[in-house]
Design a protein around this ligand. Structure first.
Ligand SMILES: NC(=O)c1ccc[n+]([C@@H]2O[C@H](COP(=O)([O-])OP(=O)(O)OC[C@H]3O[C@@H](n4cnc5c(N)ncnc54)[C@H](O)[C@@H]3O)[C@@H](O)[C@H]2O)c1
Ligand SMILES: O=P(O)(O)OC[C@H]1O[C@H](O[C@H]2[C@H](O)[C@@H](O)[C@@H](O)O[C@@H]2CO)[C@H](O)[C@@H](O)[C@@H]1O
Ligand SMILES: [Mn+2]
Length: 441
């Protein structure tokens, strides 16, 4: 009989939580549940989503106990899986991460460049605390992390907890791209086998094999070069995401070797993207007026009506499916393939062992078993080594409280480059983050 798991969702008041919970109710035959706990530091957000969760599970899976709390002792007690998706500082701080760099003529983005650096220094602190708290009450739980910037969080956790073998950092962007490719070639996504290398939000698909062993990447590149690229769920996307996917065509024209992750646009075309971005209206504004508003209004409506059966907003997108399928693959030792972050240790032969690379791996009860990538070409090696140096210096700046390392990190980042600009942006971010960052001297 399938094991029934106790899980906790950290960042239970997240805009993604309803979709993840819905995915849990549709995957109960793959991932058994006994108890779902939602934990958040924000009682108000947690209550809205928590009351929605109670209704959803009462209707779809009444045997599962649902609890929501702001008490860590309740949240982390005897859990099998921690799904972590916190946002330290909330959307107020995301807005500053995006707008402050843009005010200085530099890319302002949640996970890339100075914005990612800024968010990274906030996330590390809370993520470290979460791991320590979880380990006190659930020493054997798997910690599945989605908190961004996942690249920096993954590297920091690897440095702070080098012996941990039950923390896995994952991003849903590769699977979203894979789903979008599958639509372009009208092929079942579950029958496509990707070969992928890079860092999080900084990688490339080299091959997309189908079940006959044929590589569909050349065909996909042709389709995108001739007809552009749209996400699989284009109808639900805001304009900025459609523009982001469209940039894949530009990247392929310039660098036709591989299919790029969408986030590479910020590193390859920083000047072009800065001109396109508006320092007074960024992705945070779009999310606040769009997803956040819709999700909370819908959850309140469901709570008022006492039923979630008629809900269209709380849908089951790639994000929720992947989170549950990852947990199921570990819980049932399914050894399915996912693209995840792991310590390099020779997987990409000519990159530093201590980088946290994003590659395809089978996932089972003993964790990820990555597929070897081998040597990568000079252009990709150069880009990744530079980005890894940025990530490593960011983590070291946090751990050592080092202003110099922070300045080095930002100067190295391809979205900044100029050291004088790096200093101005860093000083502005220090001021904005004084309630969150360690002191940098
Ligand atoms: N890995 C990926 O590919 C991926 C995909 C989507 C979202 N995310 C990440 O998921 C997270 C949530 O995103 P969102 O847009 O829904 O943000 P959100 O602000 O709506 O949700 C985050 C929640 O975390 C809570 N929180 C903050 N600090 C906390 C802490 N220390 N402990 C517990 N809860 C805490 C907040 O109160 C908030 O309710 C972000 O980190 C985002 O970057 C990652
Ligand atoms: O700007 P946001 O808050 O909408 O999204 C930021 C996240 O973007 C990526 O996630 C995609 C995800 O791949 C897809 O499944 C779908 O649900 O949309 C998301 C974006 O809207 C990225 O991988 C995450 O790391 C970001 O947090
Ligand atoms: Mn991501």
């Amino acid at each position: 009989m399938m094991k029934k798991n106790n899980i906790v969702l950290v960042g239970g008041g997240s805009t993604w939580t309803p979709g993840i919970l819905k995915a849990m109710t549709t995957h109960l035959d793959q991932f058994g549940l006994n108890q779902v706990v939602l934990y958040d530091v924000d009682q108000k957000r947690q209550e809205v989503i928590g009351e929605f969760a109670k209704i959803l599970f009462k209707e779809e899976a009444p045997e599962v106990e649902v609890v929501y709390t702001t008490d860590k002792e309740v949240a982390y007690k005897e859990v099998d899986f921690v799904f972590c998706q916190m946002r330290t500082g909330g959307f107020d701080m995301r807005e500053k991460d995006e707008k402050i760099p843009l005010q200085h003529g530099v890319i302002g983005q949640e996970t890339c460049g100075p914005g990612g650096f800024s968010y990274g220094l906030r996330s590390i602190r809370d993520m470290e605390e979460m791991v320590r708290d979880v380990r006190l009450l659930s020493p054997d739980a798997w910690i599945l992390n989605y908190t961004n910037p996942a690249a920096i969080v993954a590297l920091a956790l690897d440095k702070i907890f080098p012996k941990e073998d039950k923390i896995l950092n994952i991003c849903d962007q590769p699977v979203n791209l894979l789903r979008s490719y599958s639509k372009l070639i009208d092929h079942d996504v579950n029958k496509l086998e990707p070969v992928y290398f890079g860092l999080n939000h900084f990688g490339w698909f080299t091959h997309i094999y189908d079940e006959t062993g044929r590589d569909r990447a050349p065909e996909l590149k042709e389709i995108i070069l001739n007809g552009g690229f749209r996400p699989v769920d284009a109808e639900q996307r805001d304009q900025s995401w459609l523009e982001t996917y469209a940039m894949v065509e530009d990247m392929l024209k310039d660098f036709p070797d591989y299919l790029p992750n969408t986030y590479l646009q910020y590193y390859l075309y920083p000047e072009y993207k800065v001109k396109k971005l508006d320092p007074n209206w960024t992705r945070t504004d779009e999310v606040r007026e769009g997803r956040e508003k819709k999700v909370f209004e819908e959850c309140r409506r469901i709570v008022d009506n006492g039923t979630a059966r008629d809900s269209k907003v709380v849908h089951n997108d790639a994000h929720g499916d992947m989170m549950v399928e990852v947990a199921a693959s570990i819980a049932n030792n399914e050894r399915k393939t996912f693209i995840v972050m792991v310590r390099n240790d020779g997987i990409i032969a000519n990159l530093p062992d201590d980088s946290m690379v994003e590659v395809a791996a089978t996932l089972g009860a003993n964790g990820p078993q990555p597929y070897a990538v081998g040597q990568i070409g000079t252009f990709y090696k150069g880009l990744i080594e530079n980005q890894h140096a940025f990530e490593k210096l960011t983590v070291e700046a946090y751990m050592e409280g080092s202003y110099t390392k922070a300045l080095q990190a930002l100067t190295l980042n391809r979205t900044v480059v100029d050291a004088k600009k790096a200093r101005v942006v860093l000083d502005a971010l220090i001021e904005a983050n004084k309630d969150y960052w360690p002191e940098l001297n």
